[in-house]
Design a protein around this ligand. Structure first.
Ligand code: ASP
Ligand code: MG
Length: 420
């Protein structure tokens, strides 16, 4: 039975984290094991800032960030391998030289640039981890995700070409698994059919793990986390939180869709389709976990709270004093998709259409510039989106006390409110 493990960057922010992950991998070695890793620590954020500075030609800032990322990885390698000449240092060096070249390339647009630059985080982490697993006598075999994950060219949130991905994954990975090797690959990244690197969206490594599990008919997926499992609310915000022991795929999809940040929304469906149980398991105490599976479970109906900060509410009206109807909506949705803005909540009235999404200044500005030619726009920022699954009146009152509600939507199981 093949197992797929995914380790995120938050778990591997220092050498101790990498050692711990190698320990967990070695404990599962008798299984056919595929290990998916993300960029170490906060590398992805740092690469995003590097790109931002580089795109506005702020050379001193870019250089400073580049060197900090470089130092972080070299120090990590040094604390694992000592400063003796280990081949990993040359490999890292080569990658940093390549990254430098990418930074001076001219790209078609900032999305393409993003994928070519930000994907390096996973390349750096995989070479270090591969070397460390080998150092510990684990038969790790690093397979570059760009050679197995085939995507379209929708940079920053690439779609999977399932047919070709299934072909490359089975051709390349099955023989290695049969030989008893542990497969290591980068999460979050892939390549389009022209060989350009693509990325699957922030936190997309979970999705890589699920999609490999789907193709390989894995027996289980484990997403290792620095929390005890999925919680019914964010422990950083609420005192009285419960870990969910067992929930259905359906409930997990709803939670991820509404923004529960523990799991990437694209992860659940591939697992569900092949009925592969998905464990969100504690990195430091593996006996604590949430099992996401097919069974109906009592935890499905427990109340759950999801809060997203930094929300914008944009109200869109017609300049021609028309109703916002089908043709207008087509143009509005088109603009959201062109600027790659994901809609968290929307509501239509006769004369205006309200949309709520995460505030990202660059995207917001380009969306507004685009839409304001045709539409009147009003927006509120700094709002909070509260979603409650299996709500009750008491919980709603508690969460909205002293707050102004801008927009509200209820179904039988879910209430969503935009508040300040
Ligand atoms: N490194 C990427 C990110 O931080 C992908 C991932 O962690 O899953 O978004
Ligand atoms: Mg990450």
């Amino acid at each position: 039975m093949t197992k797929v493990f995914k380790f995120g960057g938050a778990l591997m922010k220092n050498a101790g984290g990498i050692k711990r992950m190698a320990f967990l991998v070695s404990g599962a070695q008798d299984k056919n094991l595929v290990v998916v890793v993300s960029a170490l620590g906060k590398t992805t954020n740092a690469l995003e800032s590097l790109l931002r500075s580089s795109l506005v030609n702020d050379k001193p800032a870019a250089e400073k960030i580049f060197l900090a990322i470089r130092r972080f990885h070299f120090e990590m390698a040094e604390s694992l391998f000592g400063s003796a000449r280990h081949p990993v240092f040359d490999e890292l060096n080569n990658y940093f030289e390549e990254l430098n070249k990418e930074l001076s390339r001219v790209f078609h647009d900032r999305y393409e640039a993003y994928d070519q630059v930000v994907s390096f985080g996973e390349m750096f982490s995989a070479v270090i981890i591969n070397a460390w697993l080998k150092e510990n006598n684990i038969p790790s075999h690093l397979v570059d995700a760009q050679s197995i994950i085939v995507t379209n060219s929708n940079f920053t949130s690439a779609g999977i070409d399932w047919k070709n991905t299934a072909k490359t994954v089975t051709e390349q990975l099955l023989p290695l698994l049969e030989k008893g090797e542990v497969i290591l690959t980068q999460g979050f990244i892939g390549a389009d059919k022209n060989g350009n690197t693509t990325t699957l969206g922030r936190e997309g490594s979970d999705f890589t793990a699920a999609l490999l599990a789907h193709i390989l008919d894995a027996g289980e997926i484990t997403i290792w986390k620095d929390v005890p499992g999925l919680m019914n609310a964010d422990p950083a915000r609420f005192n009285d939180c419960h870990k969910l022991d067992k929930i259905s795929y359906h409930e997990a999809i709803e939670l991820a869709f509404f923004g529960a940040s523990v799991i990437h929304p694209r992860t659940i469906q591939p697992a569900q389709h092949k009925k592969i149980p998905l464990y969100v398991r504690s990195f430091n105490g593996p006996s604590s976990f949430t099992r996401i599976g097919d069974d109906n479970s009592r935890d499905d109906q427990l109340s759950k709270i999801i809060i997203k900060d930094n929300q914008v509410l944009l109200s869109i009206g017609s300049r021609q004093l028309e109703f916002i109807a089908e043709e207008n909506l087509t143009r509005i949705f088109d603009a959201f998709s062109r600027h790659k803005i994901h809609i968290n909540m929307m509501q239509n009235s006769a004369v205006s259409f309200s949309v709520c999404f995460d505030e990202e200044q660059e995207k917001l500005q380009s969306l507004v510039n685009d839409l304001k030619k045709e539409f009147t726009l009003k927006y509120n920022s700094g709002l909070q989106l509260i979603t409650i699954r299996y709500y009750n009146g008491e919980l709603i009152n508690e969460l909205t006390a002293g707050k102004k509600i801008f927009l509200e939507q209820r179904t039988r199981t879910t209430v969503q409110m935009m508040v300040r």
